[in-house]
Each structure stands twice: as structure tokens, then as C-alpha cells.
Design a protein around this ligand. Structure first.
Ligand code: HEC
Ligand code: HEC
Length: 452
């Protein structure tokens, strides 16, 4: 009997797709069809410098109010993020000064690359071109769209990436820490001399002498530098800053099973035709097994609504434009980066009650609503001008509103289009985001799960 070409095709199709079918079935039943062994940061006991850093992280006496420590805003039991609903935190001498940005989590910054435009390797040997040179080179490059199906493709885009803070203005944790310490609206610690003088009188001043030399207190600037170095070592060495103990991490290793809602959420999150969230909030381990951080480290202008709860915004002339200032000052002339902020990690996002750089939303539901309806029903989020026209992207001066991302899904919609996610899918994504909360492994005792 002759086997027809068609039958061969059917036969070949079945053989080829059996693994795929099994994978799909496993996924449907909540299991990871492709488990990996995650490469986690090495565990070791804290160095003496990091232990000093831990003490300093909780030290309130350096602040002018005597009430603020790093830990007051970056709460250890809230993934080192804020515990409350306030868009910005109070600081300064009488705790009446206010910052202009939401407090980020300090978890998972250990792989944060230095700020650059394009995927430059900040390797120690070759010095990268100046930021100005990088920016002008980037002008002539087309930006590839971002798709959760192929996140690697946009990894090579010549766009701003890396750095610390919402605008990337610091490159290292040590460089960063003196910012809040001396910021008059935060810890307001005064001058290096004041700080050094206070530390000299603390009961643990002898630890400074032991670690940094008996004459350390003769150089106040050096005292501050070493204190910041110690705080950065604490953040780098202490496991609580990168525990990777979420249900999702366990799932990635084949040691946990998603609920049906979590599975549906995972799929919608990574589907380029629906959430497309995974295009920027990378959800897959790297090829060499590093766990995903749910950020591609890149910057985007998403055009969030202006937040009237931020006191600085009472001045209509004030605009927080991220990379191009006013907090950051070295990229003022780069108009096309105005409005861009760094893509934050979504790990532990479910323990937050303040979302986005200006803290405009207070629940994941509201954040998702905005993602889905920004372009379909902008009137839900933006005010109307005198003529009654909805003023989209009202937190940016008009000339920079064209910087806002309108090409990457779900931001490529127009009024009347089908929403990128329906209500059920939005709920499912929130269920999935809840699997990114650390502490699951400790709770569950990491029971291995077997396929049914
Ligand atoms: C009054 C609240 C407050 C205090 C106190 C505070 N911070 Fe922050 N922290 C913030 C805010 C707000 C930001 C975001 C600021 C920005 O992006 O411009 C931030 C950002 C950071 C970042 C960057 C995180 C990222 O995702 O890039 C680090 C690291 C950090 N703080 C560490 C510290 C350390 C260390 C201390 C103590 C020396 C400290 N903070 C004290 C509010 C605070
Ligand atoms: C084009 C890239 C991109 C896509 C696609 C994207 N995001 Fe984001 N996301 C960002 C950036 C950039 C920010 C920060 C913007 C800001 O604050 O100005 C952000 C912030 C967030 C925040 C706030 C986190 C925090 O700590 O404040 C949440 C929640 C979030 N995204 C969830 C999602 C979900 C869910 C999806 C899919 C529906 C999604 N994102 C799709 C880039 C993206």
C-alpha cells in the first residue's frame, strides 16, 4: 500500500509535536514543562564591613529629624520598599519635606548594569564612549519593537538602560547611598563633618577604626565614603536582598505547581498579543540559568498621569522628566529621553501599594486598568483642557509627549480597538504577579511536585 504524502505529513507532524503537546499539557496542569536549575548568588556569612553596613542601614540618628533611617523608607518586611500608600515619603528636619518619587524596592539590584545607551559592556578594561557620544550614535539606529515572544530581539536596541534610581543617575550602590543621606527632603544629614562627628560618638565608632584605620575620623569625607561602602556591602552580601524564594522561582525549578489562574496569568503576561508584559519585564531565566529579574533594565516613557498628591506638582511648571531632568542634570539636552523612567523589577510587586515612578496608582488592579485603557479610554485617567479635549500624558510638557511609547503592545491600541486584556485576564495576571512574592519556599518547605 502506498502511503500518501498527506499521511506522511500527518505522521511527521504527530512525531514532531508530541513533546510540544506534552509541554502544553504540563503547563495546563500548572507545571513548568522546562524546569531549570537556577544559578543563585553565592551564600556566605556577612563580612565585618557588611555587618557594619547593616547597623548603619537601621541608624536613625544620622538624620536631622533623628527619626529616619534607610530602613524607614525601605522596609525590610516589605521587600525593602515602602509599607504605606503614600505616593512619596516625608523627610527633612520636621518630616515635612516631600520627595517627588515613589520609594523603590531595594531587592534584586545585584545585577543592575551601569547606565549606558545601548548594550555597552561596562567591563573594567575598555572605557566606554561618553554618554553624549553614545546618545548621538543611538540617533541613527531604528528601535526594534518589544515583543514578549522574542525579548532577545530588542535587547540590542541603542536605548538608555541600567543605572540606579528611577532616572539611572547613580551607577553603584555606594555612589547612590549618599543621595538620600544628604537630601534635605530625606535624611537631611547635613555635611560630611556633621555625619562623621555623630558617628565618632556612636558606641560602634570603634568598628570604624578597626576596619578603616585608627585615623579614620580625621577625614570626615572618608568616614562618609566608608559608611556608604559598608551599606552597599550589606545590600550586596545579605541574602535578604536577593532571596529568590518566590513561588515562581520554585516553579521555574519544577518544584511548585501553579493554580489554574496563575497559569492563565503567566500565559497572558507573556503573550505578545495580550499583555506583552514579558517584553519589558523579562520572565524567563537567561540561557546560563540566571533567574529572571522582570526587567530588561531599559527605560521607557509610558506617559503616566500627573499625580496631584506630590507637593512639587502644585507648581504647573514643574515636570519630573526622568532621564532629562530636573533631578538628573547630565542629560538635559537629550530631548528624546524626556519622560523616560527605568523599568522596575516586578518581583514582590504584590506587596506594594504605590506603583510607578510618581506613585500614581495604589493597587495592581488600577495599574493594570491603566495599561489596558490608556489608549482606549484615556478620559478615565487624564484631565480635560478648557476646550474639553482629554489631555493625554499630562505629566509631560506638550513638546515631549511624542516620546511616549505608542508602538509596543499593549500601548499600540486606538480608541475602539479590542482591549489587550479582558477583566478575567487582568485578574489572572494579578494572580501570576502574586507568585513573584518572596517567602514561598520558606513557607512551603520546598516540596517537590510530580506530574500527575
Ligand atoms: C525618605 C525616604 C527614603 C530614605 C530615608 C532613604 N531612601 Fe532610598 N530611595 C527613596 C526614594 C524616593 C528613591 C527613588 C529616588 C529616585 O529614583 O530619584 C530611593 C532610591 C534608592 C535606591 C535606588 C534603587 C533603585 O531601584 O535604583 C537605593 C539603592 C536606595 N534608595 C538606598 C537607600 C539607602 C542606602 C538609604 C539610607 C542611607 C536610603 N535609601 C534612604 C527614599 C528613601
Ligand atoms: C514597553 C515596556 C513595558 C511593557 C510592555 C510593560 N511594562 Fe510595566 N513598566 C514599564 C516601565 C518603564 C515602568 C515604569 C514606568 C514609570 O514609572 O514611569 C513599568 C512599571 C510597571 C509597574 C509598577 C511597578 C512599581 O514598582 O512601581 C507594574 C505593576 C507593571 N509595570 C506591570 C506591567 C504589566 C502587568 C504589564 C503587561 C500588561 C506591563 N507592565 C507591561 C515597562 C513596561
Amino acid at each position: 500500500m502506498k502511503i500518501s504524502g498527506f499521511r506522511w505529513a500527518v505522521f511527521a507532524f504527530c512525531i514532531l509535536s508530541i513533546p510540544d503537546m506534552q509541554a502544553a499539557e504540563m503547563l495546563q496542569s500548572g507545571l513548568n514543562p522546562d524546569p531549570v536549575k537556577l544559578r543563585l548568588p553565592k551564600e556566605a556569612s556577612l563580612s565585618a564591613v557588611a555587618r557594619l553596613g547593616r547597623t548603619l542601614f537601621f541608624e536613625t540618628r544620622l538624620s536631622s529629624s533623628g527619626k529616619l533611617a534607610c530602613a524607614s523608607c525601605h522596609k525590610p518586611d516589605h521587600a525593602y520598599g515602602p509599607s504605606g500608600k503614600g505616593s512619596v515619603m516625608a523627610g527633612g528636619p520636621a518630616l515635612r519635606g516631600y520627595g517627588i518619587r515613589a520609594v523603590p524596592s531595594l531587592r534584586y539590584l545585584y545585577r543592575q548594569p551601569a547606565f549606558s545607551i545601548g548594550p555597552y559592556d561596562s567591563g573594567d578594561n575598555d572605557s566606554p564612549p561618553s554618554l553624549e557620544a553614545q546618545a548621538s550614535q543611538a540617533m541613527n539606529h531604528a528601535r526594534l519593537p518589544k515583543s514578549a515572544g522574542k525579548p532577545d530581539e530588542s535587547a540590542g536596541n541603542l536605548v538608555p538602560r541600567g543605572g540606579l534610581f528611577w532616572d539611572g543617575r547613580a551607577d553603584t550602590l555606594q555612589q547612590q547611598a549618599s543621595g538620600p543621606l544628604f537630601n534635605p527632603d530625606e535624611m537631611d544629614a547635613g555635611s560630611p563633618a556633621t555625619v562623621a562627628e555623630k558617628i565618632r560618638k556612636f558606641d560602634y565608632a570603634k568598628r570604624f577604626k578597626l576596619l578603616f584605620g585608627p585615623n579614620i575620623f580625621e577625614d570626615p569625607k572618608q568616614v562618609v565614603a566608608e559608611a556608604m561602602f559598608a551599606i552597599s556591602r550589606f545590600q550586596i552580601e545579605d541574602k535578604s536582598f536577593h532571596p529568590f524564594s518566590s513561588k515562581y522561582d520554585a516553579w521555574l525549578e519544577g518544584k511548585a505547581r501553579f493554580t489554574p489562574a496563575e497559569t492563565r496569568g503567566y500565559l497572558a503576561f507573556n503573550d505578545p498579543e495580550r499583555g506583552n508584559c514579558g517584553a519589558c519585564h523579562l520572565s524567563r531565566p537567561t540561557r546560563d540559568g540566571l533567574p529572571p529579574l522582570f526587567t530588561d533594565f531599559q527605560y521607557e516613557a509610558l506617559g503616566l498621569p500627573r499625580n496631584p498628591a506630590i507637593p512639587a506638582n502644585h507648581d504647573p511648571q514643574f515636570h519630573d522628566m526622568g532621564i532629562c531632568g530636573p533631578v538628573r542634570t547630565d542629560m538635559k539636552k537629550e530631548n528624546r529621553y524626556c519622560g523616560m523612567f527605568r523599568t522596575p523589577s516586578l518581583r514582590n510587586v504584590a506587596v506594594r501599594r504605590v506603583f510607578f515612578h510618581n506613585g500614581i496608582f495604589h493597587s495592581l488592579k488600577d495599574a493594570l486598568d491603566w495599561y489596558v485603557d490608556r489608549d482606549l479610554h484615556p478620559e478615565r485617567f487624564y484631565p480635560r483642557d478648557e476646550s474639553g479635549k482629554v489631555e493625554k500624558f499630562d505629566d509631560l510638557p506638550e513638546e515631549f509627549r511624542t516620546n511616549v511609547d505608542r508602538s509596543d503592545a499593549p500601548f499600540n491600541r486606538h480608541p475602539g480597538d479590542r482591549p489587550s486584556l479582558n477583566r478575567e485576564e487582568m485578574k489572572d495576571i494579578i494572580s501570576f504577579l502574586n507568585t513573584l512574592t518572596d517567602g514561598y519556599r520558606e513557607r512551603s518547605g520546598q516540596q517537590p511536585m510530580r506530574a500527575p
